[in-house]
Design a protein around this ligand. Structure first.
Ligand code: PMP
Length: 365
């Protein structure tokens, strides 16, 4: 059998690890920031009816321009957006990949502020784009000054500001976005995968008018409880959308995806009904773990980055043994926990409490 190292792989993929969050089917899965609540039954029924209708037409290719879905997404985003300013793909990962295909590539660069979403460097490698990580300060909060300084120094072709930031939960102020936009000439992406959970910040979609290099990326995978369907989207100037058309594969959004997403958007309110509860569960975890002496970083998302674990890997394993999956992102002393249903949240709080101060330690320590 051949191994990966025997293959003539592209240089910039050698030594890379694939995205690999564990997918074990334990009872309490709080590791990939999904909305763990099932979708409402009446919405599920409407989606199934839409799918049934769509299935009768799958002998034909789907609408390549997915106009109905884009119109629904534009209406959902508001701010007077037209369908021409909205794009979508199979998850915001694919949207981001298309942006890199169109505006990155050999001799070009992507900058972001780390720790941040682990897919950014992988998307850069996959499109042969140079990856420029700039470290966040200890509190992970981006300031206008530090962002402007990094963008002026590196002049990247593309920069991504993730707000709220995965994995830290840190929110992002409009002033930082505006200053970043003016600090360089490249494409500025604001990744708003968790925007609906952030009760305090308005979407960067409000900043789009007059800023043709600003792209706002969103997803139905998180608050919208639709991760399994794979639907991410983007709002930007119509010319940006024209650029993405150059790299997308023909008919990249299946008729079934389009039908399911369009149907779900008809029920946006019901789909988002759990957001307030999830925020409450997040705050429960924060309060409980702060009380246990952990350092809980402020979060505007549906997850928390928690520091103060003596041995994060051992705690991860100890929770896993109790049927609870959280995320170890190899940030020293830290683990990330997604806020789940009330029962799931109770389970993770009780399990961490039972481990005692600082969590579990591996044998011999
Ligand atoms: N951006 C961020 C910040 C994320 O955390 C994620 C998912 N973990 C994504 C984008 C991609 O999500 P999806 O492809 O499901 O839309």
């Amino acid at each position: 059998m051949t191994s990966l190292s025997d293959l003539p792989l592209r240089d910039n993929l050698v030594g890379q690890q694939p995205y690999g969050a564990p997918q074990d089917t334990v009872a309490v899965r709080l590791n990939v920031n999904e909305n763990t609540h099932p979708i409402p039954e009446e919405v599920a029924i409407d989606i199934v009816q839409s799918l049934a209708h769509a299935v009768t037409g799958v002998n034909r290719y789907p609408d390549r321009e997915f106009v109905e879905l884009r119109t629904s997404l534009a209406a959902y985003l508001g701010h007077g957006l037209a369908a021409e300013q909205v794009w979508a793909a199979n998850g915001s990962n694919e949207v981001l990949q298309q942006v890199l295909q169109a505006f990155g590539g050999p001799g070009r660069s992507l900058l972001s502020f780390t720790p941040t979403y682990s897919m950014y460097p992988l998307l850069a490698a996959g499109t042969d784009t140079d990856w420029i990580p700039v470290e966040r300060p200890d509190d992970y909060v981006l300031t206008t000054e530090s962002v402007v300084e990094a963008l002026r120094e590196h002049q990247p072709d593309i920069a991504i500001l993730c707000g709220p930031n995965n994995p830290t939960g840190t929110t992002l102020d409009s002033e930082v976005i505006l200053a970043a936009y003016d600090a360089f000439d490249g494409i500025l992406i604001v990744d708003e995968a968790y925007q609906e959970f952030d009760a305090e910040h308005e979407s960067a979609v409000a900043l789009l008018p007059g800023r043709h290099r600003l792209l706002v990326s969103r997803t139905m995978s998180k608050a919208f409880a639709f991760a399994g369907v794979r639907l991410g989207y983007l709002a930007a100037d119509a010319a940006i959308i024209d650029a993405l058309r150059l790299v997308r594969l023909p008919y990249h959004l299946s008729a079934l995806t389009q039908a399911a997403a369009t149907a779900a958007l008809r029920h946006a309110e019901a789909m988002l009904a759990t957001v307030a509860d999830i925020r409450g569960q997040r705050d429960r975890i924060a309060e409980a773990l702060t009380g246990l002496g952990y350092v809980v970083h402020p979060s505007g998302a549906n997850f928390l980055l928690v520091g103060g674990f003596a041995d994060p890997a051992a705690t991860f394993e100890a929770l896993f043994a109790r049927g609870i999956l959280i995320r170890n992102l190899s940030i020293p002393g830290h683990l990330r926990i997604t806020a789940g249903t009330e029962a799931e949240t109770t389970a993770v709080i009780e399990a961490i409490t039972a481990l005692g101060p600082g969590g579990a330690r591996s044998a011999g320590e």
